[in-house]
Design a binder for this molecule. Structure first.
Ligand code: NAP
Length: 332
């Protein structure tokens, strides 16, 4: 098969597409022929061994101290079952599926991946074409976890989303709007209309200084709003999606700040329950992944560079040769 591999941490150019042995499904596993995969800010972080302050050591312990332990990146994908290992009854060859690989194993930036049949693997609904299905989980799970679980967003509350049109932000606007919150998004001027189209009641340019106060919840996606706690109403909650190790410790040990304002900065939970909730949100029209750009596997280094920018629109998809032409975006 073709796979995007890297042997050392570094810039996008460390990733090269090469021939690689096809994985073989063990008992209880299925082989998925991948049609499209998501390339997330998480993939770019692992590739570069770049983590928010104090978390670099944890990243290297998880993915390889001096060089990557797993040569193929990529977690979320959509495709079809190509083969079933022994004892698999849940899926059949040809089934359309989407899912997330194990957090430490990765491996979705390739033509094939072998995954546990009873893991985070799901039948792909007709409402999600492969490219959208391949980018369904990362932003959606993060946004739902921070808004609904960590920050307990309630209907009618005022929410400010800092960074409203990236992978997490674009999902957060939709989920918050569906939950009945009043949503204000802070974005670059180029993305104001996109934020409104996603469901924000208001969109503000973050380069223009303005008075921000009285929010019940603030979701700071890139972690760039140091004054955010002061912009909260009493009892408000600040969700720091990009948090340093120190902020995570502070949120865990001393979540309540002055005026009972609360700091939320945990790593999200990728449980079957959280995924079932996200799929249900999609079914009732409350969430659909935004795919900003897509790249053929051969050009995956361009996708990495885009993810490194910190200013992408929605999600990035990597397209494999097996993607049916009718599902390719911008097809002539
Ligand atoms: N805690 C967790 O468990 C968890 C889980 C998933 C992700 N994350 C973290 O979440 C972060 C965001 O991920 P993502 O995939 O959504 O990133 P992304 O798609 O690259 O989006 C980044 C967003 O930040 C905005 N932004 C950049 N500079 C800004 C500034 N100065 N002021 C306001 N907004 C600014 C961008 O807005 P414009 O494009 O409009 O400039 C964009 O909307 C990453 O750091 C990732 O590591 C954490």
């Amino acid at each position: 098969m073709k796979a995007a591999t890297y042997r050392r941490y570094g810039p996008p150019s460390v990733v090269t597409v090469r021939d690689w042995p096809d994985p073989v499904p063990a008992p209880g596993e299925v082989l998925v022929r991948i049609e499209a995969a998501g390339l997330t800010s998480g993939d770019a972080r692992i590739r570069a061994a770049r983590a928010p302050g104090g978390l670099g050591l944890f990243l290297r312990l998880a993915f390889g101290v001096t060089r990557p332990r797993r040569p193929i990146l990529g977690r979320e994908y959509a495709g079809r079952i190509a083969a079933c290992g022994a004892n698999v009854t849940r899926f059949s060859v040809g089934d359309a599926v989407f899912g997330i690989t194990d957090g430490m194993t990765l491996g979705a930036h390739a033509d094939y991946v072998a995954v546990k049949a009873d893991g985070l693997l799901y039948s792909r609904p007709d409402s999600l074409p492969p490219i959208e299905a391949a980018t369904f989980f990362f932003g959606g799970l993060t946004a739902a976890d921070f808004l609904l679980d960590q920050c307990s967003l309630q209907p009618g509350e005022r929410l400010l989303i800092v960074g409203g049109t990236g992978a997490v932000g674009s999902a957060a606007i939709q989920i918050a709007r569906h939950s009945g919150a009043h949503v204000t998004a802070l974005t670059h001027a180029d993305n104001l209309q996109l934020a409104r189209d996603l469901g924000a009641h208001e969109a503000l340019d973050y380069r223009i200084a303005c008075e921000l106060s009285g929010y019940n919840v603030i979701l700071d996606v890139p972690g760039v709003m140091p004054q955010a706690l002061n912009a909260l109403a009493p009892g408000g909650r600040l969700g720091l999606v990009t948090a340093t190790f120190g902020q995570m410790i502070r949120a865990a040990l001393r979540p309540n700040q002055t005026n009972q304002r609360r700091l939320c900065a945990s790593v999200i939970q990728e449980t079957p329950q959280a995924i079932a909730r996200l799929i249900e949100l999609h079914r009732v029209g409350g969430y659909r992944p935004l795919v900003g750009e897509s790249f053929p596997l051969a050009e995956i280094h361009h996708a990495h560079a885009r993810a490194d920018s910190g200013h992408k629109r929605g999600n990035l998809a990597v397209l494999m040769e097996t993607l049916p032409p009718q599902d390719a975006p911008y097809a002539p």
